[in-house]
Design a protein around this ligand. Structure first.
Ligand code: F6P
Length: 323
């Protein structure tokens, strides 16, 4: 393989830059040309592609976001869009791709490979940590620490005013950020999409806390849960317990930015290197991951479709530690 392309796609995640750096430097080290493809699949379709040098990735290992920009491409979902993308790659002699992103990115890569046989190796980059085949995804650790920092600060004011706070964290269909930041932040309750929590459960927990002389409480709500947003959950609870002083805080996109933690920088560097080495060794249609501290490769199909449970033990831990 003489020439590869690298792109980031879907929601950005802290550590994507460290991954791009690793892909570019590993490829150059192996004597392979690298092209940066901007705006994910949209840039592939539109030919927003440039040759990268070692210096192209200088001073980015510590930066959040992605220097290659990102997008969710509607056009790539069409056969015509994918044909245009293929033409752009062929024009430049790009023989393989490293895709950094989440389930949408790998769904696209899988179709592209099946249709046109272009080898693609993925590196999991999403704060949601919802991909099977890697214990952690790039950006998850940073997002949890960002959420935790916010929860700690909210706890100060909740405590001063004897309030109940409902804090909404990101994670479309995934409770990973919620459960990790909830345990780390000492939440009374964590509501995740993976398990059912009724409004009665919330009320019982809050009442139990009061009975145990707690004066303030934190409930972490993952977006996409069955009871709705933190705002909706808070409204339902306020209806039943009008004497509580309730506030809501939605952390939103601040969880997607910021300088990556050391964990994410190292993970991203490992996975970028593993993706290039995988491509060179003939792997395709797989996602590089780290499972039990070892680099592994999992088919895109499995990475996207198989669930990675958040762990019953963690859910139980919230219950035990919040009495
Ligand atoms: O997939 C990452 C993620 O941050 C989810 O947690 C969230 O639901 C979604 O992206 C938000 O997407 P957007 O940036 O398009 O609003």
């Amino acid at each position: 393989m003489k020439s590869i392309g690298v792109f980031t796609s879907g929601g950005d995640a802290p550590g994507m830059n460290a991954c791009i750096r690793s892909v570019v430097r590993t490829a150059l080290y192996l004597g392979i040309d690298v092209y940066g493809i901007k705006y994910g699949y949209n840039g592939m379709i539109n030919g927003d592609i440039y040759k990268m040098k070692s210096y192209s990735v200088s001073n980015i290992v510590q930066r959040g976001g992605t220097i290659l920009k990102s997008a969710r491409s509607k056009e790539f979902m069409t056969k015509e869009g994918r044909q245009k993308a293929l033409d752009q790659l062929n024009k430049r002699g790009i023989e393989g791709l490293v895709a950094v992103g989440g389930d949408g990115t790998f769904t696209g890569a899988n179709i592209f490979f099946e249709e046109h046989g272009i080898p693609v190796v993925g590196a999991p980059g999403t704060i949601d940590n919802d991909l099977y085949g890697s214990d952690n995804t790039i950006g998850f650790d940073t997002a949890v620490n960002t959420a935790l920092d916010a929860i700690d600060k909210i706890r100060d004011t909740a405590n001063s005013h004897d309030r109940v706070f409902f804090i909404e964290v990101m994670g479309r269909h995934s409770g990973y950020i919620a459960i990790h930041s909830g345990i780390g932040g000492g939440a009374e309750l964590v509501m995740v999409p993976e398990t059912s929590t009724t409004i009665k459960d919330v009320i019982d927990t809050l009442k139990g806390g009061r009975d145990n002389q707690k004066t303030s409480s934190i409930v972490v709500v993952a977006e996409g849960g069955e009871q709705g947003s933190a705002m909706e959950v808070a409204a339902k609870v306020a209806n039943e317990l009008p004497d509580l002083d309730i506030r809501v805080s939605t952390l939103g996109h601040l969880q997607r930015g910021g300088s990556p933690t050391s964990y994410d920088r190292i993970l991203a560097s490992r996975l970028g290197m593993a993706a290039v080495e995988g491509l060179v060794n003939g792997k395709s249609n797989v996602m590089a991951g780290v499972v039990d501290k070892k680099v592994t490769y999992t088919s895109f199909k499995l990475a996207i479709s198989k669930s990675k449970p958040i762990g019953e033990d963690l859910m139980r831990m919230v219950e035990v530690l919040s009495i």
